[in-house]
Design a protein around this ligand. Structure first.
Ligand code: ZN
Length: 218
């Protein structure tokens, strides 16, 4: 019998403005019988950023409590990338390593001094990845640059993809030309297009979005 990892979606915030509309922010808990992994930690950062997006924030500890879990139950964190709505509550998991792409940490250091300072201040332990990697049996990351240079998607059980911001919404996933018109969706258009094509080519059957409640079956 192959152990199948369980996926639970957390509602971590509501933002006004992504893709020109009000969108949710989701994180995901991926669990085996012995280990719990959190994929993305929700919204946090300088107040002016939060005001800009009219963020209505949910504490990740409260969201975990709905699953009868606490932050201490999370053994490791994967950040799909280091934007404020995906790593904003990393500080709640000081005990855990953060699995990110090396290129993404370098981007944050270069482009987002405030976020970088904040992670240095909390003495974050990063586990730096260079491309695709298996994190544990049934759980791997796939490098999908384009939204940011070090963006990664998470593949669970070979059947489910936590797509991060490789596509903001199911509509963008099914019509990439829509994504080209949404500010912020693609920092590097050709890289983004080929990453999306790579996600499409997977045999995975379900796609879970950070900013869309719809689950797409492909
Ligand atoms: Zn993003």
């Amino acid at each position: 019998v192959v152990a199948v990892l369980d996926i639970e979606r957390l509602h971590l915030a509501t933002l006004d403005g992504v893709a020109g509309r009000v969108v949710p922010v989701h994180g995901f808990v991926v669990r085996s019988s012995s280990q719990a992994v959190l994929v993305d930690t929700g919204v946090g950062g300088p107040q002016e950023v939060l005001d800009d997006w009219r963020a209505v924030n949910v504490s990740v500890a409260d969201a975990l409590a709905e699953l009868d879990m606490s932050p201490a139950d999370i053994g490791l964190v994967i950040n799909t990338h280091l934007h404020f709505d995906h790593c904003g509550q990393n500080a709640v998991f000081k005990h855990a390593p953060f699995y990110v792409q090396r290129a993404e940490l370098a981007r944050m250091k270069r482009e987002e001094a405030g976020m970088w300072d904040w992670h240095s201040f909390m003495d974050a332990q990063f586990e730096l990845l260079d491309g695709d990697a298996e994190i544990m049996p049934g759980l791997s990351v796939m490098a999908t640059p384009g939204h940011t240079v070090g963006h990664q998607c998470v593949v669970v059980n070979g059947t489910d993809v936590l797509i991060g911001d490789a596509a903001y919404t199911s509509a963008v996933f099914s019509s990439p030309e829509l994504g080209e018109m949404i500010p912020g969706q693609a920092a590097d258009l050709p890289a983004w297009q080929s990453s999306l094509a790579r996600v499409r080519s997977l045999a995975a059957s379900r796609l879970h979005f950070c900013h869309d409640t719809e689950v797409v079956h492909q």
